[in-house]
Design a protein around this ligand. Structure first.
Ligand code: NAG
Length: 289
């Protein structure tokens, strides 16, 4: 009896031991082994960061610490950070243009780039390596863009003070300088104006992949025929200029920088049934960043 038990215990150990270091056994008895994979590996990082500020890049993966061997970070294919489990010290930092690696907030899970400057813009990726079995996987690379935001709200100027029905209202929205130059979106009564009615005049000089050498403003002109519709039921026409980095985004995305300015025009038709629309400069709407 004693010998049989011993044999079973040994046999059991042997199976666990043999199977574990080389492969994941899907079924312990039939020894069907699957190739090693990393189920979840994702780089979580912001698309934009403010010059002088910092950005945290997370390497989110499903490898448990006991199977983890190494985590590396690359900027444009060049290694900037390395964690090797069990090595003393486990972390190595490599110099990278336009940023400092914040040691306090960098670990096997994430890195933090501090004191950001424009050269820190570019593509980042992380590579996770497993010990058993030996296996590495790299995330897709993601772009970080360092921006210098606007200092103030955009300014709206008009070609006239009053308009009659059928006349062309021409307005310019000029943004405060930023890098890259902000994108302008015009809204009439809170609805986005069709591109055919707007014309951009960009002051910034394009450099390389959309980078600008200095902060610059941008101007976008709106030309629209004043129709009775614009006056609305209450005779109020609200023109809004949104100046943002990046350009107009969908609901789930965020702006890195947003400023806006609205102008209310009041039609006098409610008073005496005639236009013109009179322009009233409305104090800028407060927008939280
Ligand atoms: C708008 O800007 C353009 C280009 O700078 C200029 O030619 C035009 O006169 C401006 N119009 C108004 C209404 O400010």
């Amino acid at each position: 009896m004693h010998t049989i038990l011993m044999f079973l215990v040994l046999f059991f150990h042997f199976h666990i031991f043999k199977a574990h270091p080389n492969c994941f056994c899907v079924h312990a008895i039939t020894h069907v082994c699957s190739l090693a994979t990393i189920d979840r590996l994702e780089l979580v990082m912001p698309k934009y960061a403010i010059k002088g500020g910092d950005a945290t890049l997370k390497c989110d993966h499903s490898v448990p610490l006991e199977q983890l061997h190494k985590v590396e970070w690359k900027k444009a294919g060049v290694k900037i950070f390395q964690y090797v489990k069990g090595r003393t010290p486990p972390f190595r930092y490599f110099p990278t243009a336009g940023a400092e690696l914040n040691k306090e907030h960098s670990s096997e899970k994430q890195i933090q780039l501090s004191k950001l400057d424009f050269p820190a813009s570019g593509s980042y990726s992380c590579i996770v390596s497993m010990e058993t079995p030996i296996f590495s996987k790299e995330t897709e690379s993601h772009e970080l863009t360092v921006i210098e935001p606007q200092d103030s709200d955009p300014i709206i100027t008009f070609n006239k003070d009053t308009y009659e029905i059928g006349e062309i209202l021409e307005a310019n929205c000029t943004t405060s300088p930023a890098r890259p130059p902000p994108h302008v979106t015009w809204l009439i009564n809170n609805e986005r104006v069709d591109d055919s009615l707007t014309k951009p005049f960009s002051n910034g000089r394009l450099h390389g992949h959309g980078y600008f050498e200095r902060k610059s403003s941008s101007t976008t002109q709106l030309s629209v025929e004043v129709s009775e519709l614009h006056g609305g039921e209450d005779g109020v026409l609200r023109l809004t200029c949104m100046s943002t980095i990046p350009g107009y985004v969908s609901h789930n995305d965020k702006y890195a920088d947003i400023r806006q300015h609205s102008v209310i025009t009041i039609s006098q038709k409610n008073l005496n049934n005639i236009f013109p629309l009179k322009l009233h400069q409305h104090s800028p709407d407060k927008v939280c960043r």
